[in-house]
Design a protein around this ligand. Structure first.
Ligand SMILES: Cc1ncc(COP(=O)(O)O)c(C=O)c1O
Length: 389
């Protein structure tokens, strides 16, 4: 079994040790990969402040590493805030990036010293003005990158540019600081063109806010969206970084705003390997378009692999055994027929694969443990272990 060479050199020994001592399934997170990816991010976006999107992987070791590396944090909820503050992160390094939040939660963030809030509608803006007076607010633009993102974030978040313009004026009137514009092009966004479109829309919003209300915004938040290494082709990290910076320079020229970037998946995705065990292999004819061979594993949609819903995320897979490759359907362990990871995308796995063999799911460091159900079919949430150089 050949693992990608971005893992630390003793990763195989670590995997063997964990496999011989721990029950599967579990996630192994190689902190060295996160450190590498963080350093690449800082080099690729030298003028940007990195705000790690904690929701991607909130493990204490991951947060601690990123605190030590100097990251800032994009936070979605009070429990995430408490976790990050427990590592003595100054509130100036925190943004409340969730547009959907309770007034009581805004108040709590404010009491803890946070002064930077995302918003996309008037009701939320009024809550911020009342519960976090004088704070800086940035307006999230609605953006549809769904055609080329494996995990789109369309419709639910953001507002049209004309609404952002009015929110900026209202924010000023309410005593807040209209600070910037944010967008999210969709998670695992493969197409660079979406960033170009989003940056053009951001510049247009900056201009309209200045023209109509004489308000000069100071910040662009590029959101997340940069890809991890799944099966579908993406460009290199440097290609995305260089292109995005060129788009920003084209639009903003001499008048460069402060830039924030909120990576989740691209920082932590590649660090993870889920180790699972084959529960059963069986042959069963269902529909003519599907393979007959079913491989059931002890990890599934509900205990770590929820991003396989709709077969959006296609993780690279390795197995402990060699053999002639044969098309399979891959399914999880629960009594739910939603718990089938891949049926249309037909993975080819060795025909020797049998009960007790191991399947390794690569690039599973993001949105796996944090999405894992609590007790569905009695199964515990996905356990994770960290390793490093
Ligand atoms: C506001 C916000 N910022 C950043 C991210 C991270 O995005 P990604 O994992 O695609 O980098 C998310 C993900 O949902 C988000 O909601």
């Amino acid at each position: 079994m050949k693992l990608p060479d971005y893992f630390h050199s003793n990763i195989k020994t670590d995997l063997d040790r964990l496999i011989s001592t721990k029950p599967t399934p579990f996630l192994v997170v190689d902190l060295s990969v996160i450190e590498k990816r963080y350093r690449e991010m800082v080099e690729g976006f030298p003028m940007a402040d990195v705000f790690y999107a904690v929701k991607a992987n909130p493990a204490n070791d991951v947060v601690q590493l990123l605190v030590e590396l100097g990251s800032n944090f994009d936070i979605a909820s009070v429990p995430e805030l408490e976790k990050v503050l427990s590592f003595d992160v100054e509130p100036s390094r925190i943004s409340f990036g969730n547009t959907i939040k309770k007034k009581a939660d805004i108040e709590y963030f404010y009491q803890k010293g946070v002064r930077l809030f995302a918003t996309d509608c008037e009701a939320d803006l009024i809550n911020i003005a009342e519960a976090a007076p004088g704070s800086s607010v940035y307006f999230r633009l609605l953006f549809d990158g769904s055609a080329t993102a494996d995990w789109p974030l369309t419709d639910k978040f953001g507002c049209k540019a004309n609404v952002a313009v009015e929110l900026a004026a209202k924010a000023k009137e309410l005593g807040l600081k209209p600070y910037g514009i944010s967008f999210h092009v969709g998670s695992q966004q493969r197409d660079i063109e979406t960033w170009r479109q989003a940056i053009l829309a951001t510049k247009a919003a900056f201009d309209q806010i200045k023209e109509q209300h004489n308000i000069s915004l100071e910040m662009i938040n590029l959101g997340g969206g940069l890809p991890a290494s799944y099966i579908q082709h993406t460009h290199s990290f440097s290609y995305y970084a260089n292109s995005i910076l060129a788009f920003i320079k084209d639009s903003f020229a001499q008048d460069m705003p402060r830039i924030l970037i909120e990576p989740g998946r691209s920082l932590v995705g590649d660090s993870g390997i889920i180790v699972s065990e084959v529960v059963l292999v069986t042959d069963k004819k269902t529909k003519p378009e599907y393979p007959d061979r079913w491989v059931y594993t002890d990890v599934g949609t509900f205990n770590g692999l929820i991003e396989t819903i709709g077969e959006g995320t296609k993780y690279p897979i390795l197995t402990s055994k060699e053999g002639n490759n044969k098309k399979v359907i891959l399914a999880g362990p629960t009594c739910d027929s939603m718990d089938i990871m891949y049926k249309d995308h037909q993975y080819q796995l060795p025909d020797t694969l049998t009960t007790g063999d191991h399947i390794f799911w690569l690039s599973t460091g993001a949105y796996t443990t944090s999405y894992s159900s609590v007790e569905f079919n009695g199964l515990p949430p996905l356990t994770s272990y960290v390793v490093k150089n």
